[in-house]
Design a protein around this ligand. Sequence first.
Ligand SMILES: N[C@@H](CCC(=O)N[C@@H](CS)C(=O)NCC(=O)O)C(=O)O
Length: 322
Amino acid sequence: MGLLIDGKWQDRWYDTKSTGGHFKRTEAQFRNWITPDGTEFPAESDRYHLYVSYACPWAHRTLIFRALKGLTNHIDVSVVHPDMLDKGWELNPDYPGATGDRLYKKPLLSDIYVKAQHDVTTRVTVPVLWDKARKTIVSNESSEIIRMFNSAFDGLTGNTLDFWPEILRDEIEEVNARIYDTFNNGVYKSGFATSQSAYDEAVTALFDTMDWLEDRLSHRRYLMGDRLTEADWRLFPTLVRFDPVYHLHFKCNRNRLVDFPNLWAYTRELYQMPGIAQTVNFDHIVRHYHYSHESINPHRIVPINPEINWAEPHGRERMMAA
Ligand SMILES: N[C@@H](CCC(=O)N[C@@H](CS)C(=O)NCC(=O)O)C(=O)O
């Protein structure tokens, strides 16, 4: 694990010394947008490529939107190796489900960042949305990539499903903000905390949010009511990883996901939607976290993990507005 400074790889772990034991996520660097008729990044079939990790919840969002929006035949994918060690993410195909670099046969994801900009200073994160025509990174910010996927390619695919409807945007942003800070990122803040107080603060906010979600989903089928939106799909990747990884590895262990009847049934409903199970690779998920985070799990032992029945009927149909 490390980062690129002036295009050169430096091996170092997250700095929590300067923040009193708190984990702080840095801002993504490449923030361009694909638009239907853009001059720089126009929506075209077979022009863009996604570099992802099946383990990463942020990359997972982009795989979900690629599936939901009928983009699988238009945007191809390279999947990194689940182990993220001293060279960062590796494009090594030597693991079931890892593809290697399907565009350039580069060994490391950092090579892709340097190919985009030779003197770049950045963390080397997934997901990366790559433009094959301009040979550069369009974006490495998942929240923006999913908004591009939501609408930019509609003319090409004819898929007009809208997970970011104008009328619900304010409410979605409000819910996203809480879920991002205390849940999506909250698990990392709990797990990577290096002081008791930083951990206590993060894990308390995290379970407050799970209680709030459980209550909200006891009278709404989805976060916004009857309509499935971006807010649900941003929540799902963290839920799916909760019992196999975050509960043990990140010490988020007041409760398991399966202890929240509404939240657990809701997670199963999303998991069972067409195309979604194929975006979830539990082997990469469990392997990545336990094997890669030496500071938390120095012996790299991958645990046995609970058996979870993802096929159990969810029964959420009864939640539709009566
Ligand atoms: N803002 C980014 C965050 C992505 C991110 O942090 N990805 C993690 C994997 S889960 C990563 O690649 N970490 C490597 C690092 O921080 O060096 C997004 O949402 O796209």
